[in-house]
Design a protein around this ligand. Structure first.
Ligand SMILES: C[S@@+](CC[C@H](N)C(=O)[O-])C[C@H]1O[C@@H](n2cnc3c(N)ncnc32)[C@H](O)[C@@H]1O
Length: 238
């Protein structure tokens, strides 16, 4: 399935790539990957997206008294840190598939937080029983997964959590997408964060793609936002 969904236009079908981001590659120096993760943490802090994502996540579990939360693809861990600060009784399992990021998380404040556990975890193979978490959250990461894997993550996330919250880069209509790419492309060869941003944009899923993935995974999905705000998807078991 194209990233733009089963009904994607010809132009939209051209605006995608199988090329991995630096973050996905094993042949890239750890310092380059770290620079991307650090830039994500910095931009999220300066532009307020970590706070925004924490509010969105907490709204989803407003009626759960002592929620267990799973963060998938946590990277720098800023979202988990804010969730723990904002909710006095929440317990958070902070995870990422990348061993170096997990080691950095474990060595930081989250590693010794009394209500946090840091684990290495793939979003498609979560080591937890059914319904263990009130919420699983996967921020700015879903586009890393190709369609078959993305559908597996939808099934797995909704197996272990009552709600799987996916927050990701929106996929604009193709002409706007060309403009977005044009603003980033000149810097992509020089700045690893922008290089990964261009690939992220090309791999972002449209609302119709997310619906098709949810259908394939056999889960219910509710979509909000997109275009000029983050794409939000809340998936749950049927
Ligand atoms: C762009 S970063 C996002 C980091 C952070 N969540 C944020 O909002 O800035 C994507 C993260 O997804 C992780 N990731 C990629 N594939 C994954 C998978 N299959 N399971 C879990 N995490 C994955 C990467 O290691 C990386 O830390």
């Amino acid at each position: 399935m194209p990233r733009g969904g089963p009904d994607a236009s010809c132009l939209d079908r051209l605006l995608q790539t199988d090329r991995p981001e630096y973050l996905d590659r094993d042949d890239v120096a750890p310092a380059v990957k770290r620079s991307v993760v650090d830039a994500l943490e910095w931009t999220g802090r300066v532009f307020g997206s970590h706070q925004q994502f924490a509010h969105i996540a907490l709204d989803e579990i407003a009626d759960v008294p002592d929620p267990r939360i799973l963060e998938l693809g946590a990277g720098h861990g800023a979202l988990s840190t804010l969730l723990l600060e904002a909710h006095p009784t929440a317990q958070v399992m902070v995870t990422d598939v990348e061993a170096d990021s997990v080691a950095a998380l474990a060595a930081g404040e989250l590693g010794s937080h009394p209500r946090a556990v840091v684990r290495q975890m793939d979003a498609t193979a979560i080591d937890a029983p059914e319904g263990h978490f009130a919420l699983a959250v996967f921020a700015c990461s879903f586009h890393h997964l190709p369609p078959a894997t993305a559908a597996a993550a939808l099934a797995e996330g909704t197996r272990v959590a009552d709600k799987l919250l996916i927050i990701d880069l929106p996929r604009p209509p193709a002409p706007l997408h060309v403009l977005r790419l044009a603003t980033m492309l000149p810097l992509a060869p020089f700045i690893p964060f922008v290089h990964d941003g261009v690939i992220s944009s090309l791999r972002s899923y449209s609302p119709s793609a997310l619906r098709a993935l949810a259908e394939h995974a056999g889960v219910t999905i509710e979509l909000r936002g997109g275009l000029f705000s983050p794409q939000i998807a809340v998936a749950s078991r049927r």
